[in-house]
Design a protein around this ligand. Structure first.
Ligand code: AMP
Length: 282
């Protein structure tokens, strides 16, 4: 597996593959890799001739009071996992090579980006869209793999790819969970043992809401209430938002007609966790 430090070297490598007619699957990450990331790599491995994983903690998508500096960066373990998954290249640029002095161009993600996570984290999706476009330009993938864990991010990236005529297929992949349902996340390592035990209630709440919907509940206030009730069992949890929304536009729904998505952001102690789940009318 090649470790590639900058965009020019990355482009040279994938151009070579492209000339040989080989397809490239790409998994962008911020590192601190876990089984969730691994499942994306496996899927990319199955569907493409070559696989590129990127590890880059993107300063542009963190707010001033967020965890950019303390975000975990276990690079050796990350590289080992990429190797195990059969990645051909690990793109690992430095912040200075991605954002050199004088960098002045941002992608503004509008529309769906202004809701939910966008409201709670101003500028976050502009940072995501900018780095994803730059990563796509460095790697030039045929397919790029994103987790449903970050549902809104998946919708935003799909929107950007359509709006900017990007020649990449954006592939959404199911959320990988712990045995108690907690969605795997690099940020779970911040949780104390007690917080970790209680954090499972987030996915339980999503599941309760999905079960109610499957039994015919249409009133989205009641679906939200089921979720909020579960979260209330987490000592000191603070809810950023719990919303039942249209899966594509993320606009809030009053009634669940066919399909919806329940999305939540909850602070457990100092750790902000997000999760979501499909709701299907029964
Ligand atoms: P991150 O490193 O957290 O930026 O995530 C990189 C990619 O992995 C994103 O597309 C995430 O949605 C995806 N991902 C993160 N956690 C999970 C999970 N538990 N299951 C599936 N995909 C995930």
């Amino acid at each position: 597996m090649r470790i590639v430090p900058d965009s020019k070297a990355m482009q040279r490598l994938t151009r070579r593959w492209f000339r040989r007619g080989e397809t490239v699957g790409f998994v962008p990450t911020m590192g601190a890799l876990h089984r969730g990331h691994y499942s994306l790599m496996e899927r990319a491995r199955r569907e493409n001739d070559k696989v590129v994983v990127s590890v880059f903690v993107n300063p542009l998508q963190f707010g001033p009071r967020e965890d950019f500096r303390r975000y975990p960066r276990p690079f050796r373990a990350d590289a080992a996992l990429c190797r195990k998954a059969g990645a051909d290249a690990l793109y690992h640029p430095s912040p200075a090579s991605v954002y050199p002095e004088g960098f002045a161009t941002l992608v503004h993600a509008g529309g769906v980006s202004e809701l939910l996570e966008g409201r709670a984290r101003p500028g976050h999706f502009d940072g995501v869209a900018t780095v994803v476009l730059k990563l796509f330009e460095a790697v030039r993938p045929d397919r790029a793999y994103f987790g449903e864990k970050d549902w809104q991010q998946l919708v935003v990236v799909r929107r950007m790819a359509a709006d900017l005529d990007l020649a990449v297929r954006v592939v959404g992949c199911p959320t990988v969970r712990e045995s108690d349902g907690l969605a795997l996340s690099s940020r779970n390592t911040y949780l104390s043992a007690r917080e970790r035990r209680q954090a499972g209630l987030i996915s339980k709440g999503l599941k309760d809401a999905a079960a109610l919907a499957a039994h015919g509940e249409r009133d989205c206030r009641r679906l939200r209430a089921a979720m909020l009730k579960a979260i209330a069992g987490i000592a000191g949890a603070r809810v950023d938002y719990v919303e039942v929304a249209d899966p594509a536009t993320l606009l809030p729904l009053k009634r669940l007609e066919r399909q919806g998505r329940i999305l939540a952001a909850v602070r457990v102690g100092k750790t902000r966790l997000i999760d979501n789940r499909a709701l299907r009318g029964g």
